[in-house]
Unconditional design. Structure first.
Length: 209
């Protein structure tokens, strides 16, 4: 199944190197405008810091959108190593911002590369990851009287229930691997004595349970 890793949660982590503070902020985003908005928000929030270096990776492999910015640090010493850490952890839909307060001691190019990379590693350790997978989205319509039982049974069999909408009837949106669609249809027939079927509503990326 096609998939990739994303942050399990937003996170922050701080390290100190020769009295310089490096605060890594990790946020889950899905669009470049959202990633840049995070950078600008942190720039305003931490206005007293000298640098707000960033890197982001968006979208599924094999060709995600990738950007990095050194924000005044020597070229290649901040954004690029941050991006390399994100690549190495194979995580996407993420923006990393490392805010640096200068401690008075120059770290040199090698020291900066290590510090910015280590800050992102610390942030990722705090955030953790989950797998995002492409699922077939199916819509199941059932009556109110049996909706609870059917939903409970589907969840107990490992079906990912994405949404439940109550109206004249109850609409369950579920996500399954494409190869599992025949199995789901058979399970629905069993649970509802042939009264319910699932119609295809396309595909969507979802966090795997």
């Amino acid at each position: 199944m096609s998939g990739y890793l994303v942050l399990a949660r937003d996170a922050e982590a701080e390290i100190e190197v020769k009295r310089s503070r490096f605060l890594c902020t990790l946020r889950r985003v899905e669009e470049e405008t959202a990633a840049r908005a995070v950078v600008e928000r942190l720039r305003k929030e931490h206005w007293d810091a000298r640098h707000h270096c960033s890197a982001f990776v968006l979208g599924p492999p094999p060709q995600p959108v990738e950007r990095s910015n050194d924000d005044g640090e020597p070229a290649g010493t901040a954004g690029a190593p941050m991006l390399e850490v994100l690549r190495g952890h194979e995580v996407s839909d993420v923006v990393a911002v490392v805010t640096r307060w200068f401690g008075g001691t120059l770290l040199g190019a090698g020291g900066l590369v290590r510090a910015y990379g280590d800050a992102v590693r610390a942030g990722l350790a705090e955030a953790g990851t989950v797998r995002r997978e492409l699922r077939r989205e199916l819509v199941v319509e059932v009556g109110h009287a049996e909706a609870g039982r059917v939903e409970t049974e589907l969840r107990s069999r490992g079906v990912l229930v994405l949404e439940t909408t109550y109206g004249a009837g109850v609409e369950l949106r579920v996500g399954v691997a494409p190869e599992d669609e025949p199995w789901l249809q058979a399970a629905l027939a069993e649970l509802t004595h042939g009264a319910a079927t699932a119609r295809n509503a396309g595909e969507r990326w979802v966090d795997a349970p």
